[in-house]
Design a protein around this ligand. Sequence first.
Ligand SMILES: NC(=O)c1ccc[n+]([C@@H]2O[C@H](COP(=O)([O-])OP(=O)(O)OC[C@H]3O[C@@H](n4cnc5c(N)ncnc54)[C@H](O)[C@@H]3O)[C@@H](O)[C@H]2O)c1
Length: 369
Amino acid sequence: MPTIRRPFRFALIGCGAMGTHALQSAKTDARLDLVACADRDPARRRQVQAIYGFPMVRHWRDLLDREDVDLFYIATPNRTHREIAVEFLRRGRNVLLEKPMAATPSDCAAIMRAWRRRRSFFQLGFECRYSVAYRHLKEFVERGVLGEIRHYHLVYSPGVWFQWLEQKNGWKYSARESGGMVAEKLSHYLDLFCWYTGSRIREVNTYFPGNVIRHFEVMDNFHLNFRADSGAVGEITFFFSRAPLNRMDGTVHGHAASKEGDVFQLSLIGTKAAAYFDLHEMTIAVTDYGYGRGRTFRPRRRLFRDFKKKRFERHTDFNHASHPEILDACARAAAGRPSANDPEDSFHIMKACFAAERSAVLRRAVRVE
Ligand SMILES: NC(=O)c1ccc[n+]([C@@H]2O[C@H](COP(=O)([O-])OP(=O)(O)OC[C@H]3O[C@@H](n4cnc5c(N)ncnc54)[C@H](O)[C@@H]3O)[C@@H](O)[C@H]2O)c1
């Protein structure tokens, strides 16, 4: 008789917006057994218990010595990551930690010191690497379709009605609590640059003229430039207050959100071909630089993928695939395999994020060591 493998057992610390994805994953996937959840807020604990029925503990410390857990998933605010992650890693426990690693460079360094002592499973939550859209682009890179990546360009605007603007007192507004806008919102996209170029960021330069949204303590609109060891260069133009083309009705969910000012357009330019991805159009195009008769330069559309009609198991699978990430992290941790992304590389990405914040203050390029 074939052996039936037990479900992966994980524990969740922090049951807020991100933690809710994990609650839903555990509720809908029999391969995941959520053995316990912790949240500091008693009202949230009661709510989670009532809606999902998972066992709750009062404090994350109550989970530290649980033997029946393959993976601890930490999804608390950035400022708390250091204290919680260090304790679990010091005990050699397996950790999936939400990005960013922590809110300061020294907190990230403390987490890395704790991890290097025991080298248990440790993965930073760069879930874009599990998403259908970004994996497609990665496949083109790996198959050599694009050649060597020379440019990475992202125009990203979360839109004027984004939830941050509505929750004026949230922790994400505070640079002290969040670690700044680059770490909090753009670390994913610096990670993608490194994933596609196979290289580390060596220099960053942020152009930031001061905020226009007055209640933000973090940067609202800026241009972030960077260069990798491979020679590849990148730029992210980030706008929080781009004017929308259409009526502002306050809904930002779903991929047709561009009428509220949302833009997400990513270009990869390689030595052989260029790829372009528009999140809201849900399309990827690749054009190569062929030559026609007489050596005339004749770029040709090589492929065009439209995902609008494709059915996804979960709506997050396309560009924010937290479910496959949790599943893969659990499987790796349970089997004693290493994380999908090297913690040292993730640490370097965090250094680039903090260097980008420093560059905005210093008004000059900053090296990332
Ligand atoms: N991967 C992504 O795309 C993505 C998206 C959103 C958030 N995040 C990350 O997930 C983390 C959580 O963000 P969020 O948006 O869910 O925040 P949130 O404020 O919605 O939720 C945080 C939860 O943690 C709880 N909490 C706070 N301190 C705690 C502590 N010391 N112990 C236990 N529980 C505690 C809060 O009560 C709250 O329920 C952050 O690191 C954030 O950057 C990642």
